[in-house]
Ligand binder design. Sequence first.
Ligand code: AMP
Ligand code: MG
Ligand code: MG
Length: 416
Amino acid sequence: MIVLEYVLILGSVIVVSCFILISFAMNSSPSTAEVQAPDKGHSPSRRNRRGRKLRQTPPSSSTPQQRQSANVRHRRTRLADNDDTVEMHIDDPPLPEENMDIDDDDVDCECGVQNTMSNKTRIKEGRENKRRKENESLLVTKKDSSPARLKDFSHPIYKEMSLRNGSVNRMTKIDLQNTLQELGLNRLGSADVLKRRLKHHYSKESLKVAGLSTDVPIRFDYLCVIDVEATCLEINPVDYVHEIIEFPIVLLNTKTLQIEDTFDAFCKPVVNPQLSKFCSQLTNISQKMVDKADTFPVVLEKAERWMKQKGLGSKHSFAIATDCSLDMDLYLKLQCLVSEITYPQYAKEWVNISKVFANLYKTKRLPLRAMLDSIGLAFIGQPHRGIDDARNIARIALQLIEDGAEMKYNEKLTPT
Ligand code: AMP
Ligand code: MG
Ligand code: MG
């Protein structure tokens, strides 16, 4: 009996010990999730755009999708961030990719109209553009590692700027607003916009003190901001012929940052002379307004005379600016075909403000209202009236220039 009790006690002790040992072993071995967690610091994706290893690891997430999006988020933050672990990363001198346009296929304007004329061609062109951009990117990268470029950033001021940008990145929105206010700068806009503004200000000041150039090259004396309105239906058939019914130009002086003048004219459509109710309601342009207007070729001639009087293309350089590729690449292109006139040379390339915006403030491509919202402005006037849209786009362009954006061609006409 005593022996039996002894055996039972011994058995229980062994079972309990095994249980403790097994649970200890399970806790110390890596879980499945950890085994599948992304490579920390070794895979190419854990490097930033300049090829430097990223030190921190993304927070672990449960599902592969969550892990992937956490990685992307994390990587984005680290790319934009600038902490002391990165040898040098300045905000102002653009990275090769920052010099490149945001992909055209990302988003188009908010107008809900697709350039349905040649979807296949567009897809093909999109692919070709992507390939071209990749090649250009390689070229730019090569150019960037040239001795001249390296010498530019070897000045100790850039290290200082890098560290300062890092501290700006860590500031809260309220800190940013207060600092901007103390510096007498505009405190309106989203946190990303405010960060960019403050970094731009500090960089300018630092470069000035170091006796280095602070100027963002201004390529054009003027921007002619255009936002056309066109005939439309609520749902446009693939072969619908859009005709321009309003052609406005807002003349923006890129040096004085003033809107100097505006041109605005309605145009009489000929293929579909009757405006749809939807179109009139959308644009606030009535049948009467277009009935008594000139046809497009006459309006274009008037606009060009006005531009000539301003010395555009002679005394002053200028570029067309829009918030969307369709203004030139669909509406003007199609209108020139319908009117049987030559597409104007000066409009074959233009500045797409929404691309400049996305590149400067590191946002996705945003429609007009959202861009205004991000910089703390409200839409003034009547949305979808060409002249009002153009004025609001010009207000955005002004803020972009003030915040250090370089205005350069970033879109061109796609071949028909
Ligand atoms: P927007 O500059 O955004 O006013 O748009 C330019 C033109 O695109 C308008 O004049 C219309 O012809 C067309 N458009 C804009 N929004 C829509 C919409 N929601 N549905 C159909 N067509 C539109
Ligand atoms: Mg528009
Ligand atoms: Mg418009």
